[in-house]
Design a binder for this molecule. Sequence first.
Ligand code: FE
Ligand code: FE
Ligand code: ZN
Length: 275
Amino acid sequence: MLHIGCHLSTTKGYYNMVKTALSIDADTFAFFTRNPRGGNVKETDLKDMEDARESLKKNGFYPLVAHAPYTYNLCSEKEDIRDFSLRAMKEDLEKLEMLPGNYYNFHPGSHRGQGIARGIDLISAGLESILPYAKGTVVLLETMAGKGTEVGSDFRELRSIIDNTSYKDRIGVCFDTCHVYDGGYDIKDHLKEVLDEFDKIIGVEMIRAVHINDTKNPFSSHKDRHERIGFGTLGADTFKNIVRAPVLKDIPFILETPNDLEGYKKEIGLLRGFC
Ligand code: FE
Ligand code: FE
Ligand code: ZN
């Protein structure tokens, strides 16, 4: 069975997310470790965490894919933003130790004019300092669309970041289908070749999660605008191939499509039906 879920809101707590996930037939889900645009953390409710942990286990959930807020930027040109990002990521990882065995996904960063090489150096150094905190969590670099000065739209950039860090067993990649296509890899007509290329450059075993999104944009647009499955440029057939791809078997798939819960439930049914 395809292990799939969607992004859920943390506002009513962790246990509530598990209940919501169950109501839409999801067996994994994603959530922001704190407000996606701001930086505030809520006080951790230990009882809520414990209830969530028990329910995840009892219901046979697959690993979850927590998402770092968009405000973090490990390769900002501003030192205070880099410092804030590092502090916040350490806190997020410490909190995730209460839910061990899951993933923590983040956008590598935007170099903001400093150049890709400098961006890669800063991201690698940042990762090296936070990975000691990821004892029970695998940290995932997300493939990016290459909007503005984003680092990580070229597989070789992700490879360099990974190469520059120790703790290789604590790092993986989250493969975002919208981003990869917008970033210039044709998963619509050449999925096999793209996955082969990923394998040559990084190794497919490093793909630990998939963000499964259609895109509103034409190929290689470097724009990053998600669309519901089958309603965008990629189309339903592309997703049939993706969920059936042997190398993507047995990893969590997360929907980040513009949808409500009812819509997610339908997409989960649709994609499971493709398997
Ligand atoms: Fe993301
Ligand atoms: Fe994504
Ligand atoms: Zn996106």
